[in-house]
Ligand binder design. Structure first.
Ligand code: MG
Length: 300
């Protein structure tokens, strides 16, 4: 039976983080599979993807839930670049796109070495403007495969894209299903989730952490944490370095040293989370059919 939504501390460090918050607030329901939350500060609006619903939605405190993009080309992960433009992984269209300030959509990446990408899943932008994204093959599995949906890449890679030159390079090639990713605040490390267990019980369900070398390449990938139950999907890093990762029972919080200090329990599988809100201190969680929020005791 699913746990009721609530804040579940395992250590005092988590109680300090949550302050007096004791429950999660439901912002939206009735979705199919929510992912890719991102807070648009300029509009005071939360955006997310309903991946299997093939739509994107928005929420504001004043107006509640609205449709942002329909259809969405099976959009998944979202983030903002340094200019506040939305960067989106479109699993269905097998590409990464940017939504310009005038609403037009620019394709940033769709092929590598002459073959189409698998199905970009999640994305993060570094302070130098480069765009790092994962390309597992989920979009080619699960019944949507057909003529034209063949896999054209030799692996499920993690890419670094320089949008100024269009140069696309592989930064990791040894993942089963690379998924959520996030830099530490100093950008010296990059966390990447491997969610392979979705398709094979003995496959990875962990987060790895890499050293970022010269701002461009990764080295010394090691397992940061095994995630139970289910898998790590999307993840975000708090300003103080704590790791907030999705899991089968909600969002789990780890110290940078890898200690699990508490959980935000959701009734269904959580796929991602993000920070935002008017004060920058709200955690938003996309959890299957619903979206939740909880205020934290953190500095923006
Ligand atoms: Mg994902």
């Amino acid at each position: 039976m699913a746990e009721l939504p609530r804040v579940a501390p395992l250590a005092n460090a988590f109680r300090a983080l949550t302050g007096s918050a004791s429950e999660l607030i439901e912002l939206a329901g009735g979705m199919v599979f929510t992912e890719g939350p991102v807070w648009l500060a300029a509009q005071q609006k939360l955006i997310w993807s309903d991946v299997r619903g093939n739509r994107m939605h928005g929420w504001t405190k004043a107006e509640g839930v609205s449709v942002y993009r329909d259809p969405s080309d099976v959009s998944n992960g979202n983030t903002l670049d340094g200019d506040g433009r939305l960067i989106t992984c479109q699993m269905g269209a097998r590409r990464v796109v940017r939504t310009e300030h005038d609403g037009s959509v620019t394709v940033l990446a769709e092929t590598y070495k002459g073959g189409r990408l698998n199905s970009p899943n999640d994305v993060v932008v570094k302070s130098d403007g480069t765009i790092w994204f994962t390309d597992p093959d989920y979009g080619l599995l699960g019944g949507r495969a057909g003529p034209g949906d063949e896999k054209e890449q030799e692996g499920n890679f993690v890419f670094r894209l320089d949008p100024s030159s269009g140069e696309l390079t592989v930064v990791a090639d040894d993942f089963d299903k690379p998924n959520g990713l996030a830099f530490t605040p100093d950008e010296r490390k990059l966390y990447i989730a491997d969610s392979g267990r979705t398709h094979r019980e003995d496959a990875p369900h962990h987060i790895r952490v890499f050293d970022v070398e010269g701002g461009k390449t990764l080295k010394d990938g090691r397992v940061f944490a095994e995630i139970e139950p289910h898998i790590p999907d999307g993840l975000r890093i708090a300003p103080d370095g704590k790791v907030f990762t999705s899991a089968g029972d909600g969002v789990q919080v780890f110290t940078p040293e890898g200690e699990l200090i508490g959980k935000f329990l959701t009734p269904e599988v959580a796929a991602n989370c993000c920070f935002g809100g008017p004060e920058g201190d709200t955690l938003f969680i996309t959890a299957s059919s619903s979206v939740w929020s909880v205020r934290l005791n953190i500095a923006a």
